[in-house]
Design a protein around this ligand. Sequence first.
Ligand code: ADP
Ligand code: MG
Length: 335
Amino acid sequence: MAYIHFEHINKYFGTNHVLKDITLDIEQGELVTFLGPSGCGKSTLLRCLSGLEEVTSGKIFLDGKDVTEVSPRKRGCGMVFQQYSLFPNMTVAQNVAFGLKMQKMPKAQIETKVREMLDVVGLSEKYDQYPRSLSGGQQQRVALARALVVEPKVLLLDEPLSAIDALLRKNLQIEIRRIQRDLGITTLFVTHDQDEAMVMSDKIHLFNMGTIEQSASPVDMYTKPASKYAASFIGHYNILQADAFNKAAGTEYSSGCLAFRPEIIGISRTEPEEEAIVIKGTVRNQIPHGNIVRYTIDANGVELDADILFEASSIFEIGEQVYVSIKDGNILELE
Ligand code: ADP
Ligand code: MG
């Protein structure tokens, strides 16, 4: 059996069916992301594992043991939430020591462990400070240290970086991943941000209204979304009705819907000679995004987004007539 095993989990809040027969395995040492829009049940499933929420039906196994009826304290889950939940009247060290004190660990041993853990999260010099003197990112690292110091069986992170500004957030994503790998701790990470899920995960479980739409590695999720829903959530796919695309491109796709990523589209001023689907179009919009420019192109009646690497010499202007080329093998046919 997998390290964590959810078996036919259903959860109702009143008549609201929030988790719909979810069966899911998570292997030891993995960092797994629950990804999906707000309200689709990610936090609820996490809270069911921690014991903060009871399942309506189904079973949860953790490390070979049925924990469905076990109290939260005895399940051994460490949690970090979006909102900073440190004790404001305790120092950083006292915050981290809290769980160990509750376990009645000898004082000297607590001190050693707290110092070790503050070292892991890179906050040794903040030992005696109070939470209010720390930045949001530092507070979340203390919260992480506090959750990890008791050596939980599994670490549960519920949108821990959502309140942190973009640049720091990127650093913390990498930092958390490093700590998770170093400690080899099984981690469930909740986010609504596809980029964050890509950066962090061994595996992504994409939620859709209380069900799991697709489970895959980041690369597979990105390159092989299994449904229109997955394609629309990941990687800014162009999603078109096959009929409309066929009309514009002179192709003969028969499935209901086609999806392809903006970076597989080429744009040129002269007709390309490569083997590809070529459509004449007009540049409608042009937005620089860091190292790429995203063009919106009216291609013979269908609107396509194309991401082109930023090279000042090849900027296409709004209104320009261009050729759009799409390599046939890159088009996914979805139902
Ligand atoms: P997510 O974390 O994906 O944003 P949640 O798991 O928090 O979603 O919520 C899923 C659904 O369950 C939502 O419709 C939400 O309103 C509902 N819900 C969550 N917690 C409670 C609760 N304690 N009482 C009633 N409804 C809840
Ligand atoms: Mg949530």
